[in-house]
Design a protein around this ligand. Structure first.
Ligand SMILES: NC(=O)c1ccc[n+]([C@@H]2O[C@H](COP(=O)([O-])OP(=O)(O)OC[C@H]3O[C@@H](n4cnc5c(N)ncnc54)[C@H](O)[C@@H]3O)[C@@H](O)[C@H]2O)c1
Length: 348
């Protein structure tokens, strides 16, 4: 195989992922799949070549002219579609979160690993140039021992109002936004093994018809379908004694903010604005960092997926990472429900 022939499933977040695959000389989008045909036709206009359109993913997964499948549907469909793809020997990439619950996430990871296909998470934050820069600093030991992190994703009025899947069971703020800062901070900490989590979570805005995207009003039928969290926060303890404080709000009476702070014995850092904090000759030294934005985070994702498939490069964001993150998220949400700490025992 010299070119990866991909199918994009889901015409929302599928679009930037598909564009980045198409930009790579060794990748091409040969098919689209969505239950909404007009959304596919609209996206298909972007390509300077024909693309096949599928409304049924079972049928699409049988197509021998497709090597790899990107899954970008609402959370509840990630696993059924990705499972069908790996059963048919396709390489697979899923958007975040891996699944809508821990059980299906585990089933998919086991099936993908058994099938021997390249299986990867599309993580726009982990693959952003800022996080990659911080990761390089961590690998060069700039921080010394990284022993603590704070991560948060706070929106003032940002509950998605364009797809019911977001607010139904298996959706929610933590699986939508908390997942980004959780994954990226865990990655920067060196992916230690989580052993316990204590959390709080609930829905304070969505069921009341408040806090939706950009203060939009939603119908009663949308808000009454609300069955997920609109906030979650907690503390994750790792086997090596590292701690992570994590918060995720789709709606709040606070300023919008997405941030990660790292605490190390030799240096610390903040994601936004990107800063490195050190002590030099007994005085504080703050360094502002501006990273290159080309290639973009989406390019980084597509380029890596393609090099894993064509060149056998080991995948740096396998679905198993998505599973561990899912286990931390589900543990936090369960802890909130039970009102007590939840022990974690992920297979890593
Ligand atoms: N930065 C990121 O990585 C990022 C950003 C936004 C969304 N997402 C993720 O992408 C997913 C979708 O979010 P979105 O904002 O693109 O939603 P969206 O509603 O814009 O798009 C989802 C598409 O999936 C289609 N779909 C639903 N069920 C399907 C099925 N069974 N078969 C084929 N197509 C189906 C819908 O018709 C819709 O067009 C979510 O899981 C979300 O967490 C990731």
């Amino acid at each position: 195989m010299s070119v990866v022939r991909a199918c994009i499933v889901g015409m929302g977040i599928g679009r930037p992922n598909g564009r980045a695959i198409e930009k790579n000389a060794r990748g091409t989008v040969v098919a689209l799949c969505d239950v909404l045909e007009d959304r596919m036709q609209d996206y298909a206009k972007e390509f300077d070549h024909d693309v096949k359109l599928y409304t049924d993913y079972h049928e699409m997964c049988k197509d021998p002219e497709i090597d790899a499948v990107f899954v970008g549907t609402p959370n509840q469909y990630h696993v059924p579609i990705a499972l069908e793809a790996v059963k048919n020997g396709k390489h697979v990439m899923s958007t975040k979160p891996l699944a809508d619950a821990e059980g299906p996430a585990k089933e998919l990871v086991e099936a993908a690993e058994a099938a021997g296909v390249v299986n990867m998470m599309s993580l726009s934050m982990r693959f952003s140039n800022e996080i990659r820069y911080l990761k390089r600093l961590a690998e060069q030991d700039t921080f010394g021992e990284l022993y603590y992190a704070r991560a948060r994703s706070v929106r003032r009025s940002g509950i998605p109002d364009w797809n019911l899947g977001f607010v139904q069971k298996g959706g929610g703020a933590f699986r939508d936004m908390g997942v980004h800062v959780l994954d990226s901070s865990w990655y920067l900490l060196g992916m230690p093994r989580p052993v316990s989590v204590l959390g709080v979570a609930g829905a304070k805005f969505g069921p009341r018809g408040q806090g939706y995207w950009n203060y939009h009003e939603v119908s009663e039928s949308y808000s009454s379908a609300y069955a997920a969290d609109d906030f979650g926060g907690g503390f994750i303890l790792f086997e090596d004694g590292t701690g992570l404080q994590i918060e995720s709000f789709w709606a709040s009476h606070q300023k919008d903010e997405v941030n990660i702070e790292l605490f190390g014995t030799e240096a610390g850092a903040k994601l936004k604005p990107l800063q490195l904090y050190k002590t030099v000759n007994g005085a504080p030294q703050d360094v502002s960092i501006e990273v290159q934005q080309q290639p973009t985070g989406w390019d980084n994702i597509a380029n890596h997926w393609i090099e894993c498939i064509l060149d056998g490069v080991p995948c740096s964001a396998p679905l198993r990472h998505g599973l561990v993150v899912q286990q931390m998220m589900e543990g936090l949400l369960l802890s909130a429900q039970l009102g007590k700490e939840v022990r974690l025992d992920p297979a890593m």
